[in-house]
Design a protein around this ligand. Structure first.
Ligand code: ARG
Length: 701
């Protein structure tokens, strides 16, 4: 069997490191020794000749990497798919390899222009011939894989490479005889590792460590039970021996400087076709259109990153760049993914960025009935904060009650079809739910550049502000609060007890009294500590003026709870003159509705605290509806809860001393949220000072 194995090599007469197209070449330009390269290559050649017939292709001037014949093409039977090199530096090799294949009786398949594929460097046959492992991510495009499947009539398993040092599949992956696999898992993404583990049983996987991987241990030539490789660790050599292989190590340091070793220097040109093995092509592709300020707003970058992170690959087609500052751009992006599931994941995220299918590909949304109340069909589309439309009978209809993490429920009513976002527990059995990703789009109105640039920049510069920026943000929030109040808008505050502990109660009270707040959301604690302070002057037993614990103070908050319970509600305690100032007092006096959501740690609770959590969520949602701005003050849980039920377009300002909380809440996209890392008491006092300065009433801005 070994006698019939043919291997193609190319003598290194013109070999050198002339340019940098992979990380190994960096710092190595003209640093390899031609003599030593010749010697190392000769040794490899000699070893291989003992186990196979080695054919040679004439080396050519000007294409130093031609020694790496693995990249000539991919052979199966009499067919070869010729490489299309990604880097122009290597494209000059193509005609020479093509000629060699033709002269040697192969049928040569050539990929469309601009579809890179680097031959057996990125495509490795299972040694039993059952399928083809194909890599993508750096050199070869995922879109080349369906061609391989079609032309070579074999199943292709696409593996995504994620570490630029292992830019070709054969640098980190080596199928061996008897179903063994030598490989370096960190070079692959999570999903690819799963694919590998599904095909290769654990006892057949020989995992290489970082050091051996860096020495190109996976770049090995396997003929029968012989494995030829650069020098590797004793441990790896022993493990291979135990698996029944004869390990032959030969130094290839000069070629490592160009990012190649034993396997790269060879191309197996005898690859028998297995009977009963046929193409299965799981790569799926589609084209979507993106529209908006694609460059200015960074949408195109985000979209393409999403595709790649999701394990897909893309080609941007028809990019129409808006010429004026105000004009929007459009781009058609062709996307491929190794499986349908992965494609759906990618598309779901692109829909969030406003992507739509090409008009010809547009289908209706797929609906599935709810068969159990409160439970969605698998694969239901998970909603986002963005206004959404679904296509039904060829028409786009707007989804009502937009919120994130819901399902889209559709029902027929006498007035037509109605679609709305619903949380899972509210789904009813006569409804249908949107599944998959077809026929769904989100409507993102393009932000004007001007607006983003100036007026609203506080809300635009998403992310967490540094301490220096706090005053600036406060200024903007003050303006915004003023503007909303003057036009009769709605501001909702969600606040935690820290507001009281940090001395913010008087400021928050002022905001309520002056009409800047139209709703208050919190838990049991903020109300308890607020009233403890207004009735007893302490917050959790600490004297708020002197900052010291008061004797017997530990029972203060329970005394307050007890008192309010005696009166039946906060409002009644206010009426009875028991609570005379503070946040809750102002809410009652100014008819500002509040909802207190209970939790497992609540003392009491206050009679007003809603201990039915489902009911509490509903009441929160009711109060949030229609708001223009939400100020989130030092309460992670209540703020996240509110964020989840709020559609896009509502401005959110999240203030917390903990950057993690702020980051978590301000990653809704730049237009939506601003985070401020600071002491909330300080923030409120600055805010009140600012507002007090803005005396002249604002005429509609
Ligand atoms: N310098 C060459 C390149 O970057 C090395 C190719 C190594 N070949 C391989 N099959 N991994 O393309």
């Amino acid at each position: 069997m070994t006698a019939s194995t043919h291997i193609l090599m190319c003598p290194p007469h013109h070999y050198d490191v002339d340019y940098v197209i992979n990380p190994w070449m960096e710092g190595n330009i003209h640093r390899s020794s031609r003599d030593r390269a010749e010697t190392q290559w000769e040794r490899l050649h000699k070893i291989l000749k003992d186990h196979a017939v080695v054919d040679l292709v004439e080396p050519q001037k000007g294409v130093p990497d031609m020694v790496f014949t693995a990249n000539a093409g991919l052979v199966l039977g009499d067919n070869v798919v010729l490489s299309r090199f990604y880097h122009p530096e290597r494209q000059g090799e193509e005609p020479h390899f093509k000629k060699w294949f033709e002269d040697n009786g192969f049928t040569v398949y050539e990929l469309p222009k601009d579809l890179p594929f680097e031959g057996a460097g990125d495509a490795l046959l299972d040694r039993e011939g059952r399928w083809l492992w194909a890599g993508y991510g750096f050199r070869s495009e995922l879109d080349s894989h369906p061609y391989l499947a079609k032309w070579l009539d074999i199943e292709v398993i696409s593996l995504q490479l994620v570490d630029s040092r292992f830019y070709h599949l054969d640098t980190c992956f080596c199928p061996l005889s008897n179903g063994y696999l030598l490989y370096y898992p960190p070079a692959f993404d999570f999903y690819s590792n799963r694919l590998i583990e599904m095909r290769v049983p654990p006892e057949k996987r020989i995992v290489v460590n970082d050091d051996d991987a860096g020495n190109f241990a996976c770049n090995a030539v396997n003929v029968g039970d012989v494995v030829v490789m650069n020098q590797v660790s004793d441990d790896l050599s022993r493990r291979l021996t135990e698996a029944g292989f004869q390990v032959i190590q030969t130094p290839l340091s000069e070629f490592l400087k160009a990012g190649g070793a034993a396997k790269c220097l060879t191309l197996r040109t005898t690859e028998p076709v297995m009977p009963n093995v046929h193409a299965v092509d799981s790569v799926v592709s589609t084209t979507i259109t993106l529209k908006g300020h694609l460059l200015d707003a960074g949408i195109i970058n985000r979209a393409l990153d999403l595709v790649v992170e999701g394990g897909g690959s893309f080609q941007v087609r028809n990019f129409n760049l808006g010429e004026q500052r105000q004009s929007t751009s459009t781009a058609d992006v062709h996307i491929s993914a190794p499986s349908n599931d992965m494609m759906e994941e990618i598309l779901a995220q692109l829909i969030e960025l406003g992507a739509v299918s090409l008009p010809d590909d547009q289908g209706d949304a797929q609906l599935e009935p709810v068969s159990q109340a409160g439970v969605a069909p698998d694969d239901f589309y998970v909603t986002t904060i963005y206004p959404t439309e679904i296509r039904i009978n060829g028409e786009w209809i707007r989804v009502g009650k937009q919120r994130m993490d819901g399902a889209i429920a559709v029902k027929e009513t006498p007035d037509g079809i109605v679609a709305e976002c619903k949380i899972l527990r509210d789904l009813e059995t006569h409804e249908k739910v949107v599944v998959g990703v077809s026929g769904i789009r989100t409507v993102r109105k393009p932000e004007s550049r001007e607006k983003r640039g100036t007026q609203e920049f506080g809300f635009m510069s998403a992310g967490v502000s540094s301490e220096r920026r706090v005053e600036l943000v406060v200024e903007q929030v003050a303006w915004e609060l003023r503007r909303i109040r003057d036009r009769g808008g709605k501001v909702v505050i969600t606040a935690g007890p820290v507001v009281i502990h940090t001395g913010g109660a008087e400021h928050l009270s002022w905001l309520i009294r002056e009409g800047y707040v139209q709703g208050l959301l919190g838990g049991n604690a903020i109300a308890v500590h607020d009233m403890e302070q207004s009735c007893l002057g302490t917050s959790l037993g600490v004297d708020m003026k002197r900052g010291v614990a008061v004797r017997g103070g530990h029972r203060h908050h329970l005394n307050v709870i007890n008192t309010i319970r005696r009166h039946g509600s906060i409002a009644q305690a206010v009426e009875a003159g028991v609570v005379t100032h503070g946040v809750m007092y102002e809410c009652v006096k100014n008819d500002v509705p509040f909802v207190l959501a209970g939790s497992i740690r609540d003392d009491g609770p206050l009679p007003d605290t809603e201990m039915d959590l489902i009911r509490a969520q509903e009441r929160y949602a009711e109060l949030v509806r229609g708001s223009d701005m939400i100020l989130m003050l030092s309460t992670m849980l209540h703020s996240i809860g509110v964020g989840n039920m709020t559609p896009s377009g509502v401005k959110m300002v999240c203030v917390d001393i903990n950057p993690a909380v702020v980051t978590k809440l301000s990653d809704r996209g730049s237009v939506e949220s601003t985070g401020v890392v600071t002491d909330v008491g300080l923030f409120l006092s600055l805010l009140v000072k600012q507002l007090a300065q803005l005396t002249s009433p604002l005429v509609n801005a």
